[in-house]
Design a protein around this ligand. Structure first.
Ligand SMILES: [Zn+2]
Length: 171
């Protein structure tokens, strides 16, 4: 292949940030997944590990994730690879990540809020088989988590989140 064929016309977009959240940040974890960010949680680890902090630091490093924590000592140990989340309020937590430029205000509904798996478009049978789905499908998009067998749609929690996240104050 001649060189001109391998020179890209545009710069690659910056890679999306990935996160690892501590046990205090379960709600923020779900919000970040609704916002489309690959976010794993310490809640997925076995409990009772006395060295969990060290494990979290190692995991974040191995998986190229930004560690999000409410623990000042853990944040200090993580240095530039960790963020000390200041507020207990989830909207203020999202706002902090927006302000440092890590996330954008958006709701993509592209990941399962329970397990972080990328969701796909749902089949009719999956929508029909979910008794919690709205009866009127008009104007809605449905998504399916194959891992959990859970249905998502924009227009309910999606719209509520969009209003909350989109309505946050600018800097
Ligand atoms: Zn899932």
């Amino acid at each position: 292949m001649s060189p001109e064929h391998v020179i890209p016309a545009h710069q690659c977009p910056a890679p999306e940030p990935r996160f690892l959240a501590d046990r205090m940040l379960g709600t923020l974890t779900r919000y970040l997944r609704f916002m489309g960010y690959d976010t794993t949680s310490a809640n997925g680890l076995a409990e009772g590990n006395a060295k969990e902090d060290t494990l979290l630091l190692e995991l974040a490093l191995q998986e190229h994730r930004m560690l999000l924590t409410r623990d000042a000592e853990l944040a200090r140990r993580g240095k530039e690879k960790a963020i000390l989340v200041r507020s207990e309020d989830v909207m203020e937590q999202v706002q902090q990540l927006v302000e440092v430029g890590l996330v954008k205000r958006r709701v993509t509904m592209s990941r399962c809020s329970l397990c972080n798996t990328r969701v796909r478009e749902a089949f009719e049978c999956e929508i029909a088989g979910a008794d919690y789905a709205p009866k009127d499908w008009r104007g809605l998009s449905f998504f399916w988590c194959e891992s959990c067998g859970k249905l998502y749609w924009n227009g309910s929690h999606g719209r509520m989140l969009e209003e909350r996240i989109g309505g946050m104050r600018e800097r």
